[in-house]
Structure formats: C-alpha cells, structure tokens
Design a protein around this ligand. Structure first.
Ligand code: WQD
Length: 341
C-alpha cells in the first residue's frame, strides 16, 4: 500500500510543487492549508498536473489543535512535511507575537498530534537564514547557527530545536530539517508557481512582475558589497529540484534509511550567483530588457551565502539538476501565464 504524506501548507508555493513530486514518486498526499497566504490557483494546478481530482484537502489552521487531531484521526499519516508558516521577514519584525504564535504553535500541534497517533516521520522546512552571516563559505550542516536577525528566522531555529528535542525524547518520532537556500522558478507546466500577495519581497517575483509591467522598476539593493560585481551572492535553488529533495528525504525516513533520529540537510546548488548575474541571466534567457536601478543596501541582508551540498548529494542521493537559465525561463513563463488568467 502506498504511504501517505501530510503536507501542511500544501496549497502554497513550495507545498504545491512538493505535492506534485510526491504523487509522481508513488505516494498518497493529504493537503492541509488555512489559505491565509494563497488562493486555490496552485491546488487546482496540482490537480491538473497529477490528474488527481480526489486529493484529500483539509482547510484547517494548524494552530487549531482539535482540527489537526481530527485530521490524524481520519487519515493514516506515515509522514508529515510541515510548511504551514508565515514567511515575510520584515512583517515578522513588525509583528513578532503573530509570527511566534503562528509558526511555533502550528508546529507544536503537528508534533503533539503525531505523537498521540503512534508517532510519525516529520520533515521540517527550515532555512539557510539560520546560518546568518557565516564566517566560512560555503556553509555545511556543521556550520554554527548564528542568532537570527528576525523573529521569522528565530522561528526556524526554534522549530529545528523543538524537532530535535522531540525526536530525542520520543522513540516513535523521526525528524529531518531541510535548510533551503533561495527557492525560485516554477513548474515547467506553468500551472503552479509563486503567487506573492502585494509587493514581492523576494528578488525573482519582483523581477518577473517588473518585466510584465506590474512594477515599474526593480531596485538592486546595493552594489558596493565586497563581492566581484558588488552585489550580494545567493544560492538560487530551482523549485522542482527543491521539491525532489523532499521526496528523497521522506523516502529516507519511510524506508528506514536514516542514520540518526534527527538529521539536517542543506538544499541548494552549491553555486553562488550575484544579484546582477541573476538579472543579466533573466534578460538573456528571456530575450528582454529589464527596467532596473541600483538602490541603497537593504537592512538585514547578508553579503553572501551558499551551500555545501555534499551531505544531501551523498546521503539523499539528490542533486540540483535544472540550470539557472531553465529556472528563470520557468519563472517568466509562470508570470506570463498569470497575465493570461
Ligand atoms: C535575494 C537577493 C537582496 C529584492 C529571504 C529570506 C529567507 C528565505 C528566502 C523565505 C538579496 C536582493 C531582493 C529586490 C534586490 N525565506 N534583492 N531587489 O533575502 O536572500 O532570503 O527569502 O521565505 O529566509 O531571508 O531573498 O529574494 O529577498 O533577496 O536587490 O527587490 O536579492 O538584497 O541580495 P533573501 P530575497
């Protein structure tokens, strides 16, 4: 019998891509989402891509313990991938209590319900933000975490620790934290992708919205950093590659291949790309000119971060495959498909 994976936040950007790849790998998926930061566009896209009209969908808030518990009563869950969380760094600085309550309580509820239903394999969606401004690059999973510079970042660090401690104390719970670098791009079908509400904070949605004319001009935040072209360096990971890393991690848990009860993997490409290089590549691959200007640095940005991906490559048997050109073309195809809707 196929194993069932609960994807919390499954109607969102990363969750929808992961749901598609889980089905492709032969798993059954149950989606839970409170729709607080998305509409049905991606969930409907998932149904189209997979040809599955019958995906169990719970419109619940994971902060509601009774609702989460009911879901576990009704479904036999073999693994959980937990995405349901707020993710805007700036907003978290303005509304720390809202971020701590939402991101911590929802995860505690998932763990508690899993524990009360005989245990589970839990995959937590963490972030490279836990490394802060690292001294040595690229960062490995052993690179020390630094104090987070935002409540959002803090919730990632705290949830990692909550998972680690829960695994330590609970024989029936295993855990993996995946630390994502910068996820970008869209599914090749252009049926699912990133749907930011309001003005995008992240670079690629801002680029595509500028290219399509929704935004007037992209600001490159700082060109006086100590890097080759003066702009910041990041490790941009294709969303489909990222989704496949989740399948690899879930299989490792479900097939009993974990070496320890709690494991951590970086999910990136291992290649640093500057903001300027990304903008240039976007223009080139999509054969267009982008309206952009150099603006002051954005407070809180780290100069450079990229992943050492050896552990994920060796232990998960996973590697990023799509080129940055393919990824940027997919982001543009998605933006254009939205304009046609
Ligand atoms: C990338 C680079 C900007 C916008 C954040 C979170 C992280 C993760 C992903 C999210 C930086 C520059 C950006 C713009 C620009 N979590 N930039 N003009 O800051 O690396 O990571 O998002 O859910 O936890 O911290 O990503 O895409 O915002 O920025 O020049 O309009 O692009 O300065 O160098 P970041 P980003």
């Amino acid at each position: 019998m196929a194993k069932t994976v609960l994807v919390s936040g499954g109607a969102g950007y990363i969750g929808s891509h992961v749901t598609v790849e889980l089905f492709a790998a032969g798993y059954e998926v149950v989606v839970a989402d409170n729709m607080s930061n998305c509409d049905l566009t991606c969930f409907n896209g998932v149904k189209k891509i997979t040809g599955r009209e019958d995906i169990p969908f719970y419109e619940i808030d994971c902060c509601d313990y009774a609702a989460v518990n009911r879901l576990f009563d009704e479904q036999k869950i073999d693994a959980v991938i937990h995405f349901a969380a707020f993710k805007a760094v700036g907003e978290s600085v303005a509304e720390p209590l809202m971020y701590y309550r939402n991101n911590l309580v929802s995860f505690l509820n998932i763990l508690e319900a899993a524990k009360n239903h005989g245990g589970c394999n839990v995959l937590f969606s963490s972030s490279a933000t836990v490394y802060g401004e690292a001294e040595n690059l690229p960062v490995t999973e052993k690179t020390p975490r630094l104090p987070a510079t935002s409540p959002y970042g803090n919730t990632k660090t705290m949830c990692e620790d909550i998972l680690r401690d829960t695994v330590r104390a609970t024989e029936t719970i295993k855990g993996i934290a995946l630390r994502y670098f910068n996820p970008i791009g869209a599914h090749p079908s252009a049926l699912i992708g990133e749907l930011p509400r309001g003005v995008p904070n992240n670079l690629v949605p801002f680029i595509t919205q500028t290219a399509i004319g929704k935004r007037e001009c992209l600001s490159i935040f700082g060109n006086d950093y100590p890097t080759e072209d003066g702009t910041c360096l990041r490790d941009y990971i294709d969303i489909v590659d990222l989704a496949k890393a989740h399948v690899a991690a879930v299989s490792r848990m479900l097939d009993g291949r974990m070496k320890e009860g709690y494991e951590i993997f970086n999910v990136g490409t291992g290649r640093p790309v500057s903001v300027q290089e990304l903008v240039d590549a976007f223009e080139k691959v999509n054969d267009l000119k982008l309206n952009y200007k150099i603006a002051p640095r954005r407070p809180g940005d780290v100069v450079a971060i990229w992943a050492d991906t050896t552990l994920a490559n060796e232990e998960l048997g996973w590697k990023a495959e799509r080129t940055i050109e393919e990824t940027l073309a997919s982001a543009w195809a998605w933006e254009k498909s939205l304009a046609g809707k």
